[in-house]
Design a protein. Sequence first.
Length: 191
Amino acid sequence: MNLNRNSNNIFTNIYSNDCLIEKATINDINELEELYDNLNDYLETTINYPGWKKGIYPVRETAENGIRENSLFVLKIDDKIAGSVILNHLQEDAYRGVNWGIDLKDEEVIVIHTFVVNPIYMKNGVGQKLMDFSKEYCLKNGFKTLRLDVSIKNTPAISLYEKSDFKYVDTVDLGLNIPDLIWFKLYEIIF
């Protein structure tokens, strides 16, 4: 899957003040796996808003797939991964019956997946920088909408998305068959 609409994609690497956002490479795999494990450990000792589980999601394979599909981006501060996001065209089956603000083909839509902030960088604007990057990525590459799903229990993420101009669309069951992860809010931004 190639998300670059043109060969001059400016989002291969971008710098913003003290951070760098770039496409992840195979060299980032071990650090991403450690980030996912550390985040899941943190969530288990605090409030696990997204309902993620260590060893289940996200895992090393999540990062490997994102890198292979050329859709995983990392935000680095001092050469350390402070956050990451997967941007691709994959819309869950539950997205199909929803009355989105705009009717588009999959290739015209970008969906946010595996939105991760390293616990040591939480509440330092990393999440907002990744949101801003995701929106700019869509705009600069000619995509017409940015969509995402979020557990109804993930109030910090919902707050960030609404602050970032995402509009609530619907609440659906993604069919995960996990008792604590049934209902997800769907959001989108139309460009």
